[in-house]
Design a protein around this ligand. Sequence first.
Ligand SMILES: C[S@@+](CC[C@H](N)C(=O)[O-])C[C@H]1O[C@@H](n2cnc3c(N)ncnc32)[C@H](O)[C@@H]1O
Length: 265
Amino acid sequence: MKLATFEQSLRDYLTRFEYFADRFDYSHRHRTELERLIDQYSGFITDETNIKVWDELEQQGIGRISDLIDGLRKNSARCVAILEKYRALKLQKGDTEITDYFKNIEDCIEKEFGSFLITSKSRVLLVGSGSFPMTALLIAKRTGAPVVGIDIDVEAIELGEKVVEKLGQGLKIRLEKTSVEFLDDLKEITHIIFSSTVADKYALLEQLYPLTNEQVVVAMRYGNRLKSLFNYPMKETDDRKWELVDNVLRRDDIFDIALYKKIIA
Ligand SMILES: C[S@@+](CC[C@H](N)C(=O)[O-])C[C@H]1O[C@@H](n2cnc3c(N)ncnc32)[C@H](O)[C@@H]1O
């Protein structure tokens, strides 16, 4: 694909994301099209051919299209949050069908903490649990660990609680509308996962340093290069606070995972 065609595809994606995000009214009239768009975009950002074109574009300098990149990241995140709302609402009506995007996320969960395994004795915090908290459900189900999910969107918490009621009976899952620094039992948390579409995740990581215990492990979902069109990218951390202990790159998955441990002075 030529650079001009590639850039035009990005513009077309942005137009479509803005269109669906601005028209979300809970009516499901755009649901199928939005699902298709997100599945298509997930394929686009993991496509080998596009990765090569993106690298060529980066070599020429991407400053020129930085507004387009920011717009894509912001509006694709809005659409993913909407898609989770659709899925939660569908579940209330008994529909459990799952799209490629969700399959991809669920596959990622399997590999989340690499060697820092979650056991029934762990305590997990998920920042940006969303309206369909599948990470919380899968972790609680597979490990027996208590999971707290937080989100800044009150509606995501309300819908998420209904999903947990339906799919997570008996599991130790708590959802709260709060910002991470206000969580009461932060010192007991052993594993933290940041959703990839949380824009301020690195600022929150910085804030968490004095508030968490010494053993805590953080899985930061992120996407660089072409994947940064769908994810907030990795950033440098303060090298007196957080050490990057693993960087799990998955070619076919929509985001990668950076694992951090605390540096103890
Ligand atoms: C769509 S969901 C989960 C998406 C996907 N599973 C992922 O890993 O990115 C992302 C959620 O993060 C929430 N969110 C965004 N910024 C946040 C923040 N600073 N603290 C907590 N939740 C946040 C959004 O409201 C949204 O519901």
